[in-house]
Design a protein around this ligand. Structure first.
Ligand code: HSE
Length: 295
């Protein structure tokens, strides 16, 4: 039986819609082995124990691409990434499935092959790429393939995920986006993406708050999340360098200097004061990405 451990991710990172993403030290684990026949899935909710399971479907898709016929599969799923919260739980299933299929079939896919298959299954590359590689990545799609680069963020930052107690599917969160945006909004986002990346690389953390604003998705999706504006404001009140909607939401991610020791407690107190049972989790960047563990 092989095991694949895949990190959580936070995609978009403000203005970098469908492009920027970051791997974080929260993980899902997927065990898989080929059996004589049938499909056995354990460790997840009943609703996911069938052929629609995204990890399983991603294995099947990869087997199709490489031309491998598995007789049957036994799968065990575990981990800490909350489902449909904007922390890459779906991406973890896809990345885990592609890597598990590669291992079982001994197909020898390399990182680029894996990144490409994952993005094709997911439909956009910003979560799956950092989940494969670790760190922060910039990814674009060109002629159906992913072109990506790792961004070497200067040391000294940590993150805090403010995780609502409700799910928001990416499908629903994409439905509220407009079909087109204005030239002004395009310039607004691309200039901020450039500033955000340079501030992260150079360690000019005071500039993050200017670079992290967005007009492509957060203003539309914020309305789906009660208290969204209040929580973003509180992030800054409690000393965050920046705050953004993680992936398609509903999690709100605060960017913190490592020395900020009070943020989590202040945020927990605030959430208590407005009667919200949301989770608050400090996280660090995962630099290694998905890993195969041989049991
Ligand atoms: N870039 C994607 C979105 C991330 O915002 O819809 C969620 O998968």
């Amino acid at each position: 039986m092989i095991e694949v451990r895949v990190p959580a991710t936070s995609a978009n990172i403000g203005p970098g819609f469908d492009c920027l993403g970051l791997a974080l030290n929260m993980y899902n684990s997927f065990k898989a082995e080929e059996i004589e026949h049938g499909l056995e899935i354990s460790g997840c909710d009943e609703e996911f124990k069938n052929e629609d399971n995204l990890f399983y479907k991603s294995m099947v898709k990869t087997f199709e691409i490489i031309g491998y016929k598995a007789k049957g599969l036994k799968i065990e799923i575990g981990g800490d990434i909350p489902v449909s919260r904007g922390l890459g739980s779906s991406a973890s299933c896809i990345v885990g499935g592609v890597i598990a299929a590669n291992e079982i079939s001994k197909a020898g896919l390399n990182t680029y092959d894996i990144v490409n298959i994952c993005a094709k299954i997911e439909g956009h590359p910003d979560n799956t790429t950092p989940a494969v590689t670790g760190g922060m990545t910039a990814s674009i799609m060109k002629s159906g393939d992913v072109v990506f680069d790792k961004i070497n963020i200067c040391e000294g930052l940590k993150f805090c995920a403010v995780i609502p107690d409700f799910k928001l599917s990416t499908e629903r969160a994409r439905q509220v986006l407009p079909k087109t945006i204005s030239y002004n909004d395009g310039v607004y986002n691309l200039s901020r993406t450039a500033l955000l990346i340079s501030s992260l690389i150079n360690g000019n953390f005071d500039l993050i708050k200017h670079g992290i604003d967005d007009r492509m998705h957060q203003i539309y999706r914020g309305s789906l999340i009660e208290n969204y504006e209040d929580v973003i404001k509180k992030c800054y009140d409690f000393g965050a360098e920046g705050a953004f909607l993680s992936g398609a939401g509903p999690t709100i991610m605060a960017v913190l200097r490592e020395e900020n020791q009070n943020f989590s407690n202040c945020m927990k107190e605030f959430l208590k004061s407005i009667n919200k049972k949301w989770d608050v989790k400090e996280l660090k960047i995962d630099t290694k990405g998905a890993m195969v563990i041989r049991n």
